[in-house]
Design a protein around this ligand. Structure first.
Ligand code: SAT
Ligand code: MN
Length: 609
């Protein structure tokens, strides 16, 4: 392709005092500038003025739309390329020196080979564009546990999103210690010819690569501008790289929400919960309880970093600063707190646009407003089968806008966990809720998570797949070793201090395909049982798979006893199949599969027979 002549030799990077303190970062950025050959370099400070400037630039280019300030103050609307709408797992790689260290669930490439491949791809890839340098912190910059990254990108849309999703700008740079930043290089992969007009959403789907180098703590992403592919602080740093760091240094990086739960008696506990993408983490994290007296507060909706505190308890912190939530299904009925969180200062991507420049998506209201423009930019026909909003359309907003943000979000150490929940989307077999017998059995529950696939990743939707700990796409090393690491974490303290482990399934269906459990605000009934059980109180019965509730608090809920029974049933025939299936799956991990979990599997088999 004929591209603009390189200007990078003559580019002077406008270094200022904040950057001059970091010669290691400067050296790396200079190298990236030379290699990617942008027309200009912008060093981000994370200020409101900078955000405004980028918004104005993208609006003038027609790449984003400023929404009606009376309906959605200071908010923007963006449509991606139809081939760049979700994470691309088949293009995501863990480039450890040894293949075995990436394990059987990750795509692996030799680091040198990948570096060479990417070197060619990135050569001159930013011609005709501006290269932005984003210093950001995952975790409050004041926290000793924060990880500071520097993302270089040629997407101003990414810069805007990073400002909402991370602690971005001068605050991160100030805390950066020598030789400790995580270099994150990102390009949409579309260099421009001299004078060539840019596409609305430049991307390069054929050449997409999201590569992680855990041993050298670096990330390279090419060809996509969407979500976790491009906002490199999120899945790439805070999960894939961080999980590897956690394994090395004795902590955990998890795909978990964190919530505070206060009982009618005023007792407060914190709970973390892992579910695969687009299975309702944001809704659970901000739940509006349907039982009087209960209060939920949100610490995080997607990622938790967990460490053992000085008192021996497990402490979880949310490394993110924002919400990148699935729009469809979010409404005043299902999640009023999320609706409030995105009432202003929000970026919407791939939802539908109303005539008066506001946003809409399936499930927001019972009746769609007239004259919508769909996520592809076409007038939407409400009688057609096509969705107005893409199923993986998203909102990006600062978590500070969540009306029930827990005050401990600002705690540098995080919050002490009383319970950890695993869950998936399963039509049958898995009951509404059950508790593990102990930590080791709880780790087995985490390892056995499986869930129907969703549109958060490219590929078939609705197919049951194993997704251990909801970390299948996000574990930066061998998943078998990750299981062992969880077992080891349980030995770091005394059993009484460990969070209790539970498994939930909100998604069971009846024979007609209707959901048995109402979910959303009624999930508090399950949380109440978990709250009690985490102090060894509450009713329970022992079953082959774990402790199940005998009853839940169903006051005010119209649910047939027949459906309730179905929700809390352990069907031995279905479970035998489940165990067979699991046994087969676990062989994948060969000798990396921990003996303790083999014992758990055998124990379960025996209890079921
Ligand atoms: O990875 S994304 O951040 O795009 C969304 C998700 O899968 O959780
Ligand atoms: Mn997620």
């Amino acid at each position: 392709m004929e591209v603009a002549p390189s200007k990078s030799e003559s580019i002077s990077i406008p270094w200022n005092n904040a950057w001059l303190k970091h010669p290691d970062v400067m050296k790396w950025v200079e190298k990236m500038v030379k290699h990617c050959e942008p027309d200009m370099v912008h060093l981000c400070d994370g200020s409101a003025a900078e955000y405004e400037g980028l918004a104005n630039y993208l609006t003038a280019e027609g790449k984003i739309v400023r929404l009606n300030p009376e309906k959605r103050p200071h908010s923007f609307y963006c449509r991606s390329h139809p081939d760049d709408v979700a994470r691309v797992e088949e293009c995501t790689f863990i480039c450890s020196k040894k293949k075995e260290d990436a394990g059987p669930t990750n795509n692996w490439k030799d680091p040198e080979e990948m570096q060479n491949h990417l070197k060619d791809l990135f050569k001159g890839c930013m011609r005709g564009r501006t290269l932005y340098v984003i210093p950001f912190s995952m975790g409050l910059p004041v926290s000793a546990f924060a990880q500071i990254g520097v993302q270089v990108t040629d997407s101003p849309y990414v810069v805007m999103n990073m400002r909402l999703m991370t602690h971005m700008g001068s605050q991160a740079l100030e805390k950066l210690k020598p030789n400790s930043f995580v270099p994150c290089l990102h390009s949409v992969g579309v260099p421009l010819k001299e004078g060539e007009k840019d596409k609305m959403w430049p991307c390069n789907p054929e050449k997409r690569v999201i590569a992680h180098f855990p041993e050298e703590k670096s990330i390279l992403s090419f060809g996509s501008g969407y979500g976790g592919n491009a906002l490199l602080g999120k899945k790439c740093l805070a999960l894939r790289i961080a999980s590897y760091l956690g394994k090395q240094h004795g902590w955990l990086a998890e795909h978990m929400l964190i919530m505070g739960l206060t009982s009618p008696k005023g007792e407060k506990k914190y709970i973390a919960a892992a579910f695969p993408s687009a299975c309702g983490k944001t809704n659970l994290a901000m739940l509006t309880p349907n039982l009087p007296g209960w209060k939920v507060e949100c610490v995080g909706d997607d990622i938790a970093w967990i460490r053992v505190g000085k008192d021996g308890r497990f402490y979880a912190m949310n490394p993110e600063a924002g919400l990148f939530g699935v729009a469809p299904g979010t409404s005043m009925k299902t999640n009023p707190n999320a609706m409030a969180s995105i009432s202003k200062n929000t970026i919407f991507t791939n939802v539908a646009l109303t005539q008066d420049k506001d946003v809409w998506w399936e499930g927001m209201t019972d009746k769609p407003p007239a004259h919508l423009t769909d996520w592809l930019g076409k007038p939407w026909d409400p009688t057609s089968k096509d969705k107005a909003a893409h199923p993986n359309s998203r909102f990006t907003a600062s978590i500070r806008q969540c009306p029930i943000l827990d005050p401990a979000y600002d705690s540098a150490e995080g919050v002490p966990l009383s319970a950890i929940i695993f869950g998936g989307r399963r039509e049958h077999t898995i009951p509404l809720v059950y508790q593990s017998f102990n930590w080791q059995h709880g780790v087995f529950l985490g390892a056995s998570v499986s869930s129907e696939t969703t549109s958060a990743a490219k590929g078939v939707v609705g197919k049951v797949r194993h997704d251990p700990f909801a970390m299948l796409p996000f574990c930066g090393y061998n998943m078998g070793d990750y299981f062992s690491h969880w077992l080891e974490m349980g030995k770091k303290t005394t059993p009484d201090k460990l969070p209790k482990i539970f498994y939930v399934n909100w998604f069971q269906k009846d024979a007609q395909g209707k959901f048995l459990w109402p979910g959303f605000g009624d999930n508090i009934r399950v949380l109440e049982w978990i709250f009690e059980r985490s102090s060894d109180k509450g009713n329970f019965e022992k079953t082959p798979i774990g402790y199940l509730p005998k009853t839940l608090n169903l006051s005010g809920l119209d649910l047939s006893p027949f459906d309730m029974k179905a929700l809390l049933t352990v069907d031995p025939a279905l479970w035998k199949k489940e165990v067979e299936e699991l046994e087969e799956y676990f062989t994948l991990f060969k000798d990396h599969f921990p003996k303790a979990l083999k014992e758990e599997l055998q124990g379960l088999k025996k209890r079921l027979s």
